[in-house]
Design a protein around this ligand. Structure first.
Ligand code: RIB
Length: 304
C-alpha cells in the first residue's frame, strides 16, 4: 500500500476553555488553558499516522521550543518528518484558540515558519509526493504553493484532497487540480456565497460547487454529518452520535480529512471513506486538544 503525503503548517496551540467565546471588546474568565501541538496540516498528519498509514509531512518549523514540540508529537505518533525543514530564519507559529462549554471554538492562527514554505521547498519532496496514493493540503500555506503542489501531485497521478481551510481565496480556474474538496459549513458558505446550515443548504451548495468545476465535494456538517456530491451521485452520511462525550471540536475537521485520506488509500469506497472519516472526527471531539486528541486505529475500528 502506498503512503499519504500532507503539506501544511505546524503551530503551537494556546487553547483557553471557558463558558463562552468572548465577543469583541469583552473579557471573560476562563476555566483552564493548555498549550499543545496544532496546525491543520500537522494535525492531519498526526491523525493519518495514528490511523495506520505511513504518512509524510512536508512543512517548515523554527529552531525553537515550539519546533521541538512538533518533533515530539511526530516521534510519538509515527509521522515521517524527514521533509519538515528546520529554519534558522523563521520562528514556529502559534494559534490562539477559545473553546466554549459546548466544545465550539474560535481560532486566530499566525503560521510563522510553516507559512514561509516555498515552491522550491515543496519540489525537494517531489520524490515522496509522486510515490503517494493521496496528497492532502489546506489553505494555511501560501495559495501559490497550494496551486503548485496540487498541480505537481496531479501530474504524477496522485489523488488530491484540498481542505479549503481557513476559508480564503482559491481561484476557480484551479478547481480542476482538486479531486476532493472538503469544506465545512463556513468554508462552503464562503465559496458559494450563501449560508449553509442544513442538509438542504449543503445539497444546493454542493450543486453550485460542481457547476463551478469541483469534481467531488464533501461538505462536513459537524454533528449533522457530511454531504457528498459528484456529477453522478449525491448522498448524506450521518455523524456518529457521541452525545455528551463531545468536549472539544477543535481539530475535528483535520481528523475528518485524515480519516478520509487513510480510507481512500486503503481502497475503501467514497461512502465507506466518509463513514471512516466521521468516526475519526467524532472520536477526536471526545478529548481536549487537536493533534493530541487524534484517535488510534483500534479506537476507530472499535467504533465502526
Ligand atoms: O483545525 C484546527 C487547527 O487550526 C488548530 O490546531 C490551529 O492551530 C489552527 O491551525
Amino acid at each position: 500500500m502506498k503512503n499519504i503525503c500532507i503539506l501544511g503548517v505546524f503551530v503551537a496551540d494556546l487553547a483557553f476553555f471557558g463558558d463562552e467565546i468572548p465577543v469583541s471588546g469583552e473579557t471573560v474568565i476562563g476555566k483552564e488553558y493548555i498549550i499543545g501541538p496544532g496546525g491543520k496540516g500537522s494535525n492531519q498528519a498526526v491523525a493519518a499516522a495514528k490511523a495506520g498509514i505511513k504518512t509524510y509531512f512536508i512543512s517548515k518549523i523554527g529552531d525553537d521550543q515550539f519546533g521541538q514540540m512538533a518533533k515530539e508529537i511526530y516521534n510519538k505518533s509515527g509521522v515521517d518528518y524527514s521533509r519538515v525543514i528546520t529554519s534558522k530564519e523563521h520562528s514556529t507559529g502559534a494559534a490562539g484558540i477559545i473553546v466554549n462549554n459546548r466544545g465550539q471554538n474560535a481560532i486566530s492562527v499566525v503560521t510563522g515558519a510553516g507559512g514561509a514554505i516555498t515552491k522550491e521547498d515543496f519540489n525537494n519532496s517531489m520524490d515522496i509526493v509522486s510515490n503517494s496514493s493521496v496528497f492532502l493540503t489546506n489553505l494555511e500555506i501560501p495559495v501559490e504553493v497550494v496551486y503548485y503542489s496540487l498541480k505537481k501531485a496531479r501530474e504524477n497521478n496522485v489523488t488530491t484532497i484540498l481542505n479549503p481551510a481557513p476559508a480564503s481565496e482559491f481561484s476557480q480556474e484551479n478547481f480542476h487540480l482538486v479531486d476532493f474538496f472538503t469544506p465545512n459549513e463556513t468554508e462552503t458558505a464562503f465559496f458559494v456565497k450563501q449560508k449553509v446550515e442544513s442538509k438542504d443548504d449543503a445539497k444546493q451548495a454542493a450543486e453550485k460547487l460542481l457547476d463551478m468545476g469541483i469534481k467531488n465535494v464533501v461538505i462536513t456538517l459537524g454533528e449533522k454529518g457530511a454531504y457528498y456530491a459528484n456529477s453522478n451521485e449525491h448522498f448524506h452520511v450521518d455523524a456518529i452520535n457521541l452525545g455528551d462525550k463531545v468536549i472539544d471540536t477543535t481539530g475535528a475537521g483535520d481528523a475528518f480529512n485524515a480519516g478520509f485520506a487513510v480510507a481512500l488509500t486503503e481502497g475503501k469506497s467514497i461512502k465507506e471513506s466518509i463513514i471512516f472519516a466521521n468516526a475519526t472526527a467524532g472520536l477526536s471531539t471526545t478529548k481536549i486538544g487537536t493533534a493530541k486528541s487524534m484517535p488510534l486505529r483500534s479506537e476507530i475500528d472499535d467504533l465502526l
